[in-house]
Ligand binder design. Structure first.
Ligand code: 4AD
Ligand code: MG
Length: 473
């Protein structure tokens, strides 16, 4: 008999008919006469209850129905009174597809997240990780749908690259060289001429630079792929391998860019509320009681739009009033996550899009502002048209900018920052051959999933996290 998914079985109302379900046992309880088995197949957070009359089954079969075991059950669909669902199954036939050894690591309820990270290969079998992974899938679909419907082309940028987009030197090298026998040049540097690509290459930290080539030909593109950063940040917000979404659009200015960022995030949040109801309700109950409220709050509110200089002034006023921060925040400093969270969670109590950052704390490709900001009549330094979207609980969820489209200004920046020109010729060609105003942003997919699920640690919203000193599974 054909198996149906538990999500479908739970919706059926033709009680009295026969169905077959397959899945993994979550729990089994019962008396001498009757057993109740909660079965889950991943199609929904909900379990279906199987009622098994002990006399119908051999002791050998019943003995193997333990938490984690996989089984197939054929029986009669009946209206449920006790299980909390509409339907349950009165079992006629149970086949054990896979027995489960007694040391199954997801045996007990209420294990710590740290314990589950150590058993990440089996944590997908828990309610929480099932919910998070289904939401991850749904958000991927939301992202592709949004861009497809808005006329963006899904554009595939390379994972292996020779250029450091962010210029932060956080790249993982890609090489086939024998590390035990490295040939050096006369100046002591490594000779890459006999390496696989004939030069030094790394895993990409961003698809933006190639994305700009796409946008200045196709008009609007987006990337959605893995991104790698060898930054030694052991925080609940950083991964060494994460997924990034990077739209890049021709003919937009700073305001258009901020509109796009806000509209896109709201669309994703709305999609989650519309399509992931059961999983969100579970997470709201078990992980974060304020989750659904917070998600609804985001779609109903206008994001605050604030310049960096205004942000600094608010923070300095707070310090004057006695608010303590661990890190300094004078004009020119990069904002720490405590500063971002103060603005978002305490001061405005809503998402903030911050713009016009000091040039020296941002990447080389950002468009330089015409005006230099002043505080109390005193001129600060040059700023750039970067836009970071700051979110409650998360901090920076998006980093983007209008790009410097002027060839001379861009070359100037590259030289000032000592970025090797020979690696940049192809990028600079966009500014020589029909340059145009354009911009885009990068959304960290896992940071979005953190926000949508209410989970606290970025290691728990990706199936197999990669972080410093950890590449298990
Ligand atoms: O702000 P970032 O570094 O910006 C860029 O890479 C630009 N090239 C994007 C663009 O304009 N096309 O990174 C963008 C976003 C961050 O806002 C954050 O959400 C996420 O990527 N991100 C990380 N997420 C997880 N782990 C890390 N180590 C991350 N680093 C950045
Ligand atoms: Mg950033």
């Amino acid at each position: 008999m054909k198996r149906i998914k538990i999500a479908e079985a739970l919706k059926l109302t033709n009680f009295g008919s026969e169905v077959t379900v397959m899945g993994w046992v979550r729990t089994r309880r019962g008396s001498k006469a009757v057993n109740f088995i909660a079965l889950n197949d991943g199609s929904t957070i909900k379990n279906i209850q199987i009622v098994a009359d002990v006399e119908k089954f051999s002791e050998d079969v019943l003995k193997q129905i333990t938490t984690g075991a996989c089984l197939s059950c054929t029986g009669i669909l009946v209206e449920s009174i006790g299980s909390g669902q509409a339907a349950e199954i009165q079992a006629n036939e149970i086949n054990i597809l896979g027995r489960c050894d007694a040391d199954f690591p997801m045996q007990k309820k209420g294990q710590t997240f740290e314990y589950m990270r150590q058993h990440a290969h089996m944590r997908l079998r828990t309610n929480t990780f099932g919910a998070v992974m289904r939401i991850r899938h749904n958000m991927s679909m939301a992202i592709h749908t949004y861009f497809h419907q808005h006329g963006y082309y899904y554009f595939h940028t390379p994972l292996i690259t020779a250029s450091d987009c962010e210029g932060a030197g956080q790249m993982f090298q890609v090489t086939t060289k024998n590390l035990y026998d490295l040939k050096k040049c006369e100046d002591g540097k490594i000779d890459y001429s006999d390496d696989f690509f004939g030069k030094q290459t790394s895993l990409t930290v961003s698809g933006q630079l190639e994305g700009e080539l796409g946008a200045t030909a196709l008009g609007a593109i987006y990337t959605f792929g893995p991104t790698f950063r060898a930054e030694n940040s052991n925080t609940p917000r950083h991964l060494a391998e994460f997924w990034m979404i990077e739209p890049e659009v021709a003919f937009i200015d700073l305001n258009d860019l901020m509109d796009l960022e806000e509209d896109f995030i709201k669309y994703c949040v709305r999609w989650a509320l519309d399509n992931c109801k059961d999983d969100l309700e579970f997470l709201n109950k078990m992980i974060d009681k304020g989750l659904i409220e917070r998600l609804k709050g985001v779609i109903d509110t206008d994001f605050v739009r604030l310049t960096y200089t205004e942000g600094i002034q608010i923070l300095q006023e707070a310090i004057k009033q006695g608010r303590k921060f661990e890190f300094p925040c004078n004009w020119g400093d990069d904002l720490a996550s405590e500063h971002e969270r103060y603005l978002v969670e305490e001061y405005f109590k809503k998402p903030v899009i911050m713009t016009k950052y000091p040039k020296k704390i941002k990447a080389f490709y950002m468009k330089i502002d015409e005006e230099v900001p002043e505080i109390d009549g005193k001129k600060m330094e040059q700023t750039v048209q970067g836009t970071d979207v700051l979110f409650p609980q998360i901090g920076e969820i998006i980093g983007g900018s209008v790009r410097e489209e002027n060839y001379d200004k861009l070359v100037n920046e590259i030289k000032e920052r000592n970025i090797p020109m020979k690696d940049m010729w192809w990028y600079l060609d966009t500014r020589r051959f029909g340059t145009c105003p354009h911009g885009g942003f990068g959304l960290g997919f896992e940071r979005l999933i953190l926000f949508i699920t209410g989970m606290q640690n970025i290691r728990d919203v990706i199936p197999f996290p990669r972080t410093p000193k950890s590449a298990e599974f």
